[in-house]
Ligand binder design. Structure first.
Ligand SMILES: [Zn+2]
Length: 201
């Protein structure tokens, strides 16, 4: 007897409101509606750590929630007054935190252009890997990222993935030289056309 596969409610997915059911939900006030009913077609991969190269704090979340103690570290001083967010942060152990619904416009890309189309925040989903340009990412982060990308692609008409450095060249360097694009390409099982900034081999 052939029984069609009905996904269990427990299987992680992006729900009808744009939230990943398995993520830790930390709603940030730093978002707005996507303009002109834009739908996300691009995933932007970043890295971030606060302070840089310190992976032991909850400062990224504090930053995205506008509650960072700017006197706690000299590096935090220049972040004063900044209002930023990303849809997702993947911690070093692979745990996923979500700050903004995928349906809304998060503030992660800044001045940017993808294939001539400006303001990438309008039409993208931003994923921050806790990390830096100086150290490799963790296996658990690649596994979580590939699974997250697959869930997003299932839910939204995504047709490309890019690094922040690809859409803001000269201004941004993340996700940096350690980020393994071929691994993401392989693990996400997406065709090469989804990776316009990677060579085809
Ligand atoms: Zn970035």
């Amino acid at each position: 007897m052939n029984t069609p596969h009905i996904p269990s409610k427990r299987e992680p997915h992006i729900d009808a409101q744009g939230w990943l059911t398995s993520a830790q939900r930390l709603p940030s006030p730093n978002f707005e509606a996507r303009p002109d009913n834009a739908v996300p077609t691009l995933i932007v991969v970043h890295n971030i750590s606060l302070p840089p190269d310190d992976f032991t704090t909850n400062s990224i979340a504090d930053f995205f929630l506008n509650r960072l103690d700017h006197d706690a570290h000299p590096y935090f001083d220049h972040l004063r007054g900044m209002r930023v967010s990303a849809h997702f942060v993947i911690r070093r152990d692979g745990a996923i935190e979500q700050f903004v619904s995928c349906d809304e416009r998060a503030w992660h890309a800044g001045v940017s252009a993808f294939c001539g189309r400006e303001r990438c925040n309008d039409f993208s989903i931003g994923i921050e890997l806790e990390g830096s340009d100086r150290v490799p990412f963790e296996n658990a982060q690649y596994e979580a990222l590939a699974a997250l990308v697959r869930m997003i692609v299932k839910r939204y008409p995504i047709d490309a993935l890019a690094g922040h450095s690809d859409i803001a060249p000269g201004r941004k360097t993340d996700p940096g030289p350690h980020f393994d694009w071929p691994r993401l390409r392989h693990d996400s099982a997406l065709p090469p056309s989804y990776f316009p900034f990677q060579s085809g081999d």
